[in-house]
Design a protein around this ligand. Structure first.
Ligand code: 1QQ
Length: 384
């Protein structure tokens, strides 16, 4: 009798232990979501800091929103933010740290194509996905199948910009200016040149400059003497601001529009160049006024948190974190870079602040460009 009772008690204890154990597992699963460690390589200092700062803000907002719902999704994003200082060599140091010390499951960034063309090879070799959020130069995703971007390339945006400008303003001859020491500014120059030729618009002069230049009077004086219908510029925003301000100061009239590539998409253009930035025309991947409900909520939340509205760079960073979340959910893991790569390749028609988002077979962004014009210090829609 005692033996039987003892057996029963033992069985009951085993059952109890199982129940407690299982419920322990279950409650652990809902209480502690799986952590996805994601590296961010952003230009928080140096020539591209104006972009990196809003990228960090956009990413941080998305991470906060996602982590607030981690109980439901089962995924918590643990970011590791690093500053690539707008320099390829610092980008290499940052990538090495993120990949081999922090062991992140993916990297978002780096800010500049000039850095990405070096760093993304390291991620490719390590088999860890990298998602560019502002790389628009040709060839970045050709580095390999672990390299993605949610930023439209110059090639995807500029021909459209030139078309819209040609149709609306009927320009016939332009002056072309570009930075000859940067992957993005050179790529933008190549694309502008081809698009202008395709539209039978004459290039009356080509002028160059380099990162860090502050005085553009020699180039602009030459340009002024040739009386172009428009000034076309491929520059990062620091140099773009100087060129725009000095062009007007040197007497290139406001009736001669200035047309820029992706580097112009930062509101620091208006902050630095003031009134001279009025009527600048630029192609973009996103505009603040988009009526997409996700975008309206994003603009509201961002403005409330940071005190000024987001720019395109913040929007692309914010979208990238949600693209990662979508892929992480489908990959079935938070620490398997290979599975995450496969899942990223499968992102399809995802609702984002950039609109419905998919990757092309070559892992570039597939979303709609917009042509903007600066009015009263804001980027407004000029045409689509
Ligand atoms: C690039 C760019 C820059 C203007 C943005 C950071 O588009 O480097 O590709």
């Amino acid at each position: 009798m005692d033996v039987v009772a003892g057996n029963c008690a033992k069985k009951a204890m085993v059952v109890l232990a199982l129940v407690l154990g299982l419920s322990g597992i279950c409650s652990r699963a809902s209480a502690a979501p799986r952590e996805a460690k994601i590296g961010f390589a952003l230009s928080l200092t140096g020539a591209a800091a104006a972009y990196g700062e809003t990228q960090k803000d956009g990413a941080q907002l998305a991470i906060e929103e996602i982590n607030a719902r981690a109980g439901q999704t089962g995924i918590k994003i643990v970011p590791v933010f690093e500053d690539d200082a707008s320099q390829p060599q610092q980008g290499v140091n940052v990538f090495n740290r993120l990949l081999f010390a922090d062991k992140v499951v993916a990297i978002i960034g780096p800010t500049l194509s000039n850095t990405a063309q070096v760093t993304d090879r390291i991620a490719q070799k390590a088999g860890v996905p990298v998602l560019g959020i502002s790389n628009t130069a040709k060839g970045i995703t050709d580095i390999g199948n672990y390299v993605f971007r949610d930023s439209l390339t110059e090639m995807q945006v500029i021909p459209d910009t030139v078309n819209v400008v040609e149709k609306k303003l009927g320009i016939k001859k332009v002056a072309l200016m570009y930075g000859n020491d940067d992957a993005f500014t050179k790529s933008g120059y190549d694309v502008f040149k081809k698009a202008l030729r395709d539209s039978h618009i004459k290039i009356v002069t080509e002028q160059t400059f380099a990162k860090g230049d502050r005085d553009f009077s020699a180039q602009l004086t030459e340009i002024r003497s040739l009386k172009p219908d428009a000034l076309v510029v491929s520059a990062l925003v620091e140099e773009a601001s100087g060129i725009v301000a000095q062009a007007r100061r040197l007497g290139i009239p406001a009736s001669v529009p200035i047309i820029g590539g992706n580097g112009f998409n930062s509101p620091s253009l208006m902050k630095n160049a003031g009134k001279a930035a009025e009527n600048v025309i630029v192609g973009a991947a996103w505009n603040e006024s988009s009526s997409n409900p996700l975008n309206r909520a994003f603009v509201r939340a961002y403005t409330a948190k940071f005190g000024s509205p987001p720019d395109q760079f913040a929007a692309q960073a914010y979208a990238a974190v949600y693209i990662m979340l979508d892929a992480l959910k489908r990959s079935g893991s938070t620490d398997n870079p290979k599975a995450l790569r496969e899942a990223l390749a499968g992102v399809n028609d995802l609702d984002t602040v950039l609109g419905k988002f998919s990757f092309t077979p070559g892992r570039d962004a597939q979303c709609k460009p917009v042509v903007e014009i600066v009015k009263n210090g804001r980027f407004t829609v000029f045409g689509e």
